[in-house]
Design a protein around this ligand. Structure first.
Ligand code: ATP
Length: 199
């Protein structure tokens, strides 16, 4: 699996639809300061489900929408699509190419799509879980991230190894199952209370 293409429309400094093709091997993006290089990696993390506006260097989520410039009016929505080559079926979908899209409107509405089909954020998070390319995964090493990893608490560092070893998905399912069990136990308690009241 590898990232083949990214398309940005109305996302940060990319007012018009901009498409970047990546090839196997190394692709370097070069440009002067402030030309939008980091906005590309912000776009990747955003599609993968980043929910923190701060970590995308904005105040709120609408800040990712192109805000206008001297020569251009602001736009009403921002959209980013990532297309991944899935010939090796590393993503559990029966498609040789997978495109994930995220769109946000000025009124706050947002949409997520997998191969143009609307889906939930959870579907995208689960799709990438344990593949190493989730929003918190180690495939995106931002400025200062290595220092952060080295200085972080050992529990947090362990999370990086868990993601790499592919067990995050199971931990997440375990957490969901435990929550359901807890809810069921609470419901049972309530039923017992009702039964003893009726007795
Ligand atoms: P450096 O090399 O200094 O790290 P860079 O090439 O990584 O720079 P970015 O940080 O990606 O540059 O881009 C910053 C530019 O993006 C700034 O000019 C900023 O005004 C512009 N920008 C960010 N958000 C928006 C937005 N919502 N609308 C319009 N422009 C934006």
């Amino acid at each position: 699996m590898f990232l083949k293409r990214i398309e940005l429309t109305g996302f940060k400094s990319f007012a018009d639809r901009t498409e970047l093709e990546f090839v196997r091997g190394i692709t370097a993006v070069v440009g002067p300061n402030g030309s939008g290089k980091s906005n590309i990696s912000d776009g990747i993390r955003w599609v993968l489900g980043e929910q923190s506006a701060k970590s995308l260097r904005g105040g709120n989520m609408q800040d990712i929408i192109f805000a206008g410039s001297d020569s251009r009016k602001a736009v009403n929505f921002g959209e980013v699509s990532l297309t991944l080559d899935n010939a090796d079926k590393a993503l559990p979908l029966d498609f040789s190419e997978v495109t994930v899209t995220r769109r946000v409107h000025r009124n706050g509405d947002s949409e997520y799509l997998i191969n143009k089909q609307p889906c939930r954020l959870k579907d995208i998070t689960e799709l990438f879980m344990d593949t190493g390319i989730g929003r918190e995964a180690y495939s995106i090493i931002g400025q200062g991230r290595i220092e952060e990893i080295l200085s972080t608490r050992s529990e947090d560092r362990r999370g990086i190894f868990e993601e790499a070893s592919g067990i995050v998905k199971y931990k997440s399912r375990k957490k969901e199952a435990q929550k359901k069990l807890e809810d069921t136990e609470n419901n049972l308690l309530r039923i017992h209370d009702l039964v003893s009241e009726l007795d």
